[in-house]
Design a protein around this ligand. Structure first.
Ligand code: FHN
Length: 428
């Protein structure tokens, strides 16, 4: 008997729930104006004025192997690159358009090189593909907030031309699934207003995806935007509901569950600063500590973190981003057991931090420095022994009160969550 959609989704996302941590990469022509990836819409730049960036694009220091090494060193297990963002510029050698990197001075298939480099480092690979397209003449104009081409005369004359755009969009997805080897993630972006589901011919699109790469996991944005939504949150997801929810710039307070409260795969996508695409003057970077705490919080709620970098017009990830990634990697190298393959604990969140759990091993992430012993209320009698995850050193557990007195070294560096492993008493 055919497996249900939810059974298939569970099988497809097994590696995703193990890997937990990925790199999002927003890169394209918008790296030249360096004011974020919405610059064309925000500043109402015409097709003609935006063309200057196409004519100039030549990222001479693009080295995807360096990107892949930085992601791996940060403890990331997969990466998703924008093959086409809303401006319609294709980083891959599509046969369906001339608006592509291989026709710029770069003269390279940037997606192909990305996939090869990240696979070589052992990371899984995903493609972000914008279903919105401000460049295609048959993409509709829906007011100012989404499209600088709001005066798209062709579309106003004949709305049926949108099918011409959909043929193009489906055709490019087919190219990506057919010409670039095994992909692990297809990350569509995004539905809005009445532009959802069959407005994209979503069933036909998903049929094609499943027929070419049946293992691939797909996000939920053929039905939703970054604010959430779609049938993935129900017990009867549609055929194109996707395999994971994709909350954006937020970590849902109680994770993501279906209508019965059953956890579903989800991934929070979050920027390191205030832009997805490169922002030359955007120095409001998060700290490594904040990133670690966001990652711990996602995992403590059965979720993943997709952390974004925005390479510049020369093809380099900004130093500020690399520095944070390196520090996160130092932490995860010693504490990764509490992240990879871990998830929500069987116990409520403690007041001093968060728990993650893997099998019968409980990980206590200490965020706030306690005064005196840490009270493990609710764990009475359940703790077999406690060790500092980072160095394996013993931690004293006082049985009667079930409290834990941390060694001095546990506190010396409260800038970051310290890790404890509590093999539970019933550990085999
Ligand atoms: O409009 C895009 C935005 O530029 C960025 O790509 C994010 C990343 O998830 N998605 C859309 C906003 O929800």
């Amino acid at each position: 008997m055919e497996k249900s959609y939810i059974e298939q989704r569970t099988e497809r996302t097994e590696w995703f729930l193990e890997d937990r941590f990925g790199m999002f990469i927003h890169w394209g022509l918008y790296a030249i104006p360096a004011r974020g990836e919405w610059v064309r819409s925000d500043e109402q730049i015409s097709v003609e004025d935006y063309q200057v960036y196409f004519d100039e694009f030549n990222p001479q220091r693009y080295d995807p192997r360096a990107w892949a090494k930085a992601a791996k060193a940060a403890g990331m297990k997969y990466a998703v690159l924008t093959a086409k963002h809303h401006d319609g510029f294709c980083l891959f050698d599509s046969k369906l358009t001339d608006y592509k990197a291989t026709n710029t001075k770069a003269g390279r298939d940037l997606v192909s090189e990305f996939l090869e480099a990240f696979r070589e480092e052992g990371l899984k690979v995903g493609i972000y593909y914008s279903i919105i397209d401000w460049h295609h003449p048959d993409y509709p104009a829906y007011g100012d907030q989404y499209h600088p081409m709001r005066n798209n005369e062709a579309y106003k004359r004949d709305p049926s031309r949108f099918d011409v755009y959909l043929d193009y969009m489906h055709g490019q997805v087919r190219e990506l699934l057919t010409n670039y080897g095994k992909l692990d993630i297809m990350w569509f972006d995004f539905s809005y207003g009445d532009m959802i589901r069959e407005k994209w011919r979503a069933a036909e699109l998903m049929e094609m995806i499943r027929s070419i790469q049946p293992h691939i996991i797909v996000d939920n944005r053929l039905e939703a935007s970054g604010e959430g939504g779609g049938s993935i949150y129900t017990k009867n997801p549609s055929f194109y509901a996707g395999d994971f929810a994709s909350p954006e710039q937020i970590i849902p307070p109680t994770g993501v569950t279906d209508e019965d409260g059953v956890s579903i795969p989800w991934e929070a996508c979050i920027t390191l600063n205030n832009n997805w695409g490169y922002g030359a003057t955007d120095f409001r970077y998060k700290t490594a500590k904040t990133v670690i705490r966001r990652l711990v919080e996602c995992v403590s709620k059965n979720g993943n973190l997709l952390l974004n970098v925005g390479p510049d017009a020369q093809g380099e990830i900004p130093d500020e981003s690399l520095k944070i990634l390196e520090e996160v990697g130092q932490w995860i190298r010693r504490n990764g057991d509490s992240i990879y393959g871990s998830g929500q604990a069987d116990f409520p969140k403690p007041e001093w931090g968060r728990y993650t759990q893997k099998g019968n091993k409980l990980y206590a992430h200490i965020f706030e420095e306690p005064v005196g012993p840490i009270n493990l209320a609710g764990l009475a009698g359940r703790i077999k022994k406690a060790r500092m995850l980072a160095d394996g050193s013993e931690v004293f557990v006082s049985r009667p009160w079930n409290t834990v007195m941390f060694p001095d070294n546990a506190f010396f560096n409260f800038a970051r969550p310290e890790q404890l492993t509590y093999p539970l008493a019933d550990e085999r």
